[in-house]
Design a binder for this molecule. Structure first.
Ligand code: HT7
Ligand code: ZN
Length: 874
């Protein structure tokens, strides 16, 4: 497969001003008629051939300006249709046949549980009809859908419904018009037996918008939270960004088979059912929060993505980075801002840092790709959002908002670039952002080596920061980035933030310093007492910060830092230092000894009263095995697991009574609501229960059983069941697990949780369990949620077993990847990721992982899997 290069961009030779589509639906023989109103692009010369993309389409008819074309007038190959000679302005009519029921890739038009639905981003529309399938071709659409009255009573499309009626043979039709020009990746169609819940929203301009949520009938009782989230998101976008919804109807449809979380099609968002359905008995707090975030994210795309879209797919982070930033701020505003930041940063530092350090590392704006669906990555989304966040912090909210207004106004209805966005921010703020732009082109995680010294004689604090970014594939040399470091100096005597003065200017007690060169020393004057620096507050830049903190420094920051994020981070760093020693001890066969400073720090946390239970719960969680591994030059999965277990158990033994008290004080059983205070209590209580179960404490076990049997809400039930099933005595959880599986056999989203709980068991027999569960009637390789819940969860969240020294875990994953490569290349390419991260394992594991990658590479591969595997082996 050939790569596409960013610098090869050219405006399209022809643009489409209006698109008329007619779908005559049938599972194996859907007919799609297209009437495209085309004209030469003003920036391109005349006489160029018309090139339309099209894949897996059977052409049935073709006419230009009403004249049927001869087979000699055009060429069709596996990429599309080319007509050598066309006029300056013309109408092209085509009719093709496609087979939605055979579409297992879930791109284009497919059937999910009998429901017809589409997924066109990034390049799925070319599986529907011949079209210039690129985001810079924006047209108005008029679509007629013909379906069976019985099996497809509901016929939905983008925009507004304008006509409907009955036809012969039990068929009926609906016509929709979308007045907003859009690229074809935002096209959507849904047809099937769906039921709706309806609500309304009055926009700030007084427009009455009908909101509809379409689901299968049995899920009607799981829609309340998504609808409430949508209304909150609509109000937030008006208040925060001045963005108003622009149609009379906004629809969300839930489907079972979906490759990602959801899709922002204009006026008709299509959602993975897991990203929209909730009920206290079936969904955890985390699922509720995820639904809220995704509903908001897709809604926010109506402006950041749809009204203003991307010129080409290299600009993907233009819409995704900005929209993730917007959804993060929304969630922070309606839940707990510090906890949201801690959770986002913890995830980012584990998963995006690993991506940036691996063979598929790429800039936020890549220069080339083979398969664009492989670039829906944490780098494009999450690092893109971090960069927008830095921009926001650099220019300040008011200038950022002016820049955002300018961007939406200047580029409304256009397909633009990342420069266009950053230029608006520069114009609105007057800042020179030219160096900042490097964040978009340079891959890899910058590392800052910092050290500081207090000069008692002159009352100065000297802080030196040096930046370096490790080489990444194709980018051996790196340039200095503009890194904003938010910080404070915490006085060791007072325990308070000291006022910072830099170059004669006051930075206040919490300020930002800018590292723009390779190295710089910042001299703070009038520093009245020796401080401990609190650096990179709120994770102000997506970098790794190394500072030679002593354990005493970290315990001090954990107790005194005014920044909640850095208090949490100090605890994580303290735990990591203790874990380092224990990992070494395990490897050297030396007796493990617990660092009492960690125990005392935890004791203080547990016994000091706090209003912020959510932050406390986060502080009591140890760094994950994946994050610990991220810090190690050579990953020893067994030592990491053993060390972390040792810390958990030591803390539980030493602080058993404190954990019990926390559990007992936080188990109110009020009616479930996904509200921040309740979520915080549940989270704190369940962290305490995890510690008690780490030592299988008798009282803890009794509480755990009680919590499971009380069946109050899924958060508590799932947590208790996980602890029982993951305990060393398998019998403890066996009966509960069986009953859970029987009770929820009818609910695929709950069965996903049942699969995940079992395959993340740390005990050694789990691989057999994974294989066994793959034969379970509730499992299907064709459903991405099932694959992620079972195989994905095993490979990513059961590190000791996936990395088993006999290579069985690797073999299992590659078997699945090979099979899935034929069915759903996009999911297969994502699933292979853990195998591609072989570089920091021991030689034996490296060889085993590479052998499986070679085995996969020897297969006839989709471009998706090929690209990932080839990079991993390069
Ligand atoms: N913009 C959407 C991306 C998406 C997608 C991409 C490739 C293949 C399938 C997909 N489904 C959705 C989702 C979003 O970021 O909002
Ligand atoms: Zn998005």
């Amino acid at each position: 497969p050939q790569p596409v290069y960013r610098f090869d961009y050219q405006a399209p030779a022809y643009r489409v001003t209006h698109t008329e589509l007619t779908f005559d639906l049938a599972p194996t023989a859907t007919r799609v008629k297209a009437r495209l109103h085309l004209e030469r692009h003003p920036d391109r010369e005349g006489g160029l051939p018309l090139e339309l993309q099209g894949e897996r389409l059977e052409l049935k008819a073709i006419a230009l300006d009403g004249q049927a074309l001869d087979s000699g007038d055009y060429v069709i190959d596996d990429k599309g249709l080319t007509i050598a000679r066309v006029p300056e302005r013309f109408v092209l009519e085509t009719e093709v046949e496609i087979a939605p029921s055979e579409n297992t890739a879930l791109e284009g038009l497919y059937q999910s549980n009998g429901i017809y639905c589409t997924q066109c981003e990034a390049q799925g529309f070319r599986r529907i009809t011949f079209y210039p399938d690129r985001p810079d071709v924006m047209a108005t659409f008029s679509t007629t859908i013909i379906g069976d009255q019985q099996s497809e009573p509901v016929l939905l499309c983008n925009g507004n419904p304008v006509d409907k009626g009955s036809l012969e043979d039990g068929r009926h039709f609906a016509t929709w018009e979308d007045p907003h020009p859009k690229p074809c990746y935002l096209f959507a169609l849904v047809a099937g037996d769906l039921k709706k819940v309806e609500d309304h929203f009055t926009t700030m301009g007084g427009r009455e918008v009908t909101l509809q949520l379409w689901v299968e009938e049995e899920n009607l009782d799981k829609t309340e939270h998504a609808m409430a989230s949508l209304k909150r998101a609509m109000a937030w976008d008006e208040q925060t960004y001045g963005r108003e919804y622009d149609l009379d109807l906004f629809m969300i449809v839930a489907v079972n088979d979906f490759n990602m979380g959801a899709m922002e099609n204009k006026g008709l968002n299509i959602f993975n059912s897991a990203a929209v359905l909730t009920h206290p008995k079936t969904a955890t707090d985390i699922a509720y929060q995820r639904v809220e975030g995704i509903v908001a994210h897709e809604y926010f795309h109506n402006w950041s993505g749809n009204r203003v879209t991307c010129r080409d797919w290299f600009q993907l982070s233009l819409k995704e980075g900005f929209t993730v930033f917007r959804d993060q701020c929304f969630s922070a505003d309606i839940t707990s801002a510090p906890v949201k930041r801690i959770q986002d940063a913890a995830f980012f530092r584990t998963a995006q840092f690993a991506e940036d350090a691996g063979p598929t590392a790429h800039p936020i704006r890549p220069d080339h790709y083979i398969e664009i669906t492989n670039f829906y990555t944490l780098t494009i989304y999450e690092k893109g959002a971090e960069v927008v966040r830095m921009l926001h912090n650099l220019v300040g909210w008011e200038a950022f908002r002016r820049g955002s207004d300018l961007y939406f106004e200047r580029f409304d209805g256009q397909a633009v670039t990342i420069e266009d966005f950053v230029d608006c921010m520069a114009e609105a703020s007057g800042e020179d952002l030219s160096q900042f732009m490097r964040w978009y082109s340079q891959a890899g995680t910058p590392e800052i080596d910092a050290h500081g010294e207090y000069d008692y004689t002159h009352s100065e604090y000297h802080l030196t920061l040096r930046q370096r970014t490790p080489a990444t594939p194709g980018q051996p040399e790196k340039q200095a980035l503009h890194i904003p470091v938010r910080m404070g100096l915490v006085g060791t005597k007072s325990g308070r933030d000291l006022t910072m003065t830099l170059d004669g200017e006051s930075l206040g007690k919490d300020g930002v310093i800018h590292l723009c060169e390779d190295e710089r020393t910042f001299v703070f004057t009038d520093v009245a007492e020796a401080p401990v620096p609190s650096l990179l507050r709120s994770f102000s830049a997506p970098v790794k910060l190394h500072f030679p903190y002593s354990r005493e420094d970290l315990a001090f920051l954990l107790a005194h830092d005014s920044d909640g994020f850095n208090r949490w981070d100090a605890g994580q760093r303290l735990a990591l230092l203790a874990l380092d020693d224990l990992i070494a001890a395990h490897r050297n066969g030396v007796e493990k000894v617990m660092d009492t400073r960690v125990i005392e720090a935890f004791r203080t946390l547990l016994t000091t009263s706090t209003d912020d239970k959510a932050v406390l719960a986060e502080m009591l969680m140890l760094p994950s095995e994946a994050y610990i591994a991220e810090q190690q030059p050579l990953v020893d999965v067994d030592a990491i697991h053993a060390a972390r277990e040792f810390v958990r158990q030591s803390l539980a033994v030493a602080l058993r009574d404190e954990f019990l008290a926390v559990y007992e004080n936080n188990r109110s059983q009020v009616a479930y609501a996904p509200e921040p205070e309740q979520i915080a209590e549940r989270s704190l209580k369940n962290v305490a229960l995890s510690y008690l179960m780490a030592i299988e404490d008798e009282q803890g076990l009794a509480y755990c059983r009680e919590q499971y049997e009380a069946d109050h809400n899924m958060t508590d039930v799932r947590h208790a069941l996980t602890l029982l099933v993951h305990s060393s005595d398998e019998a403890l959880g066996a009966s509960a697990l069986k009953r859970f599986g029987e009770k929820w056999a009818h609910d695929p989203l709950v069965m996903d949780q049942w699969f995940t709980i079992q395959v993340t068991r740390p005990q050694a027999d789990v691989i057999e369990r994974v294989k066994y569960l793959m034969q379970h009637p509730a499992f299907s390789l064709r459903n991405p949620n099932r694959v992620r819940a079972l195989v994905g969860a095993f490979a990513s969240h059961n590190r000791v077993n996936f990395h088993r020294l006999d290579g069985e875990g690797y073999q299992l994953l590659s078997d699945v990847v090979i099979e899935l490569n034929r069915l759903n290349p996009e999911i297969a390419a994502g699933l292979v990721t853990p195998l591609t991260r072989w570089q920091r394992f021991d030689e034996t594991r490296q060889a085993l992982m590479r052998a499986q990658l070679e085995r996969i590479k020897a297969e006839p591969l989709s471009p998706n899997v090929y690209e990932v595997v080839a990079k991993a082996l390069a």
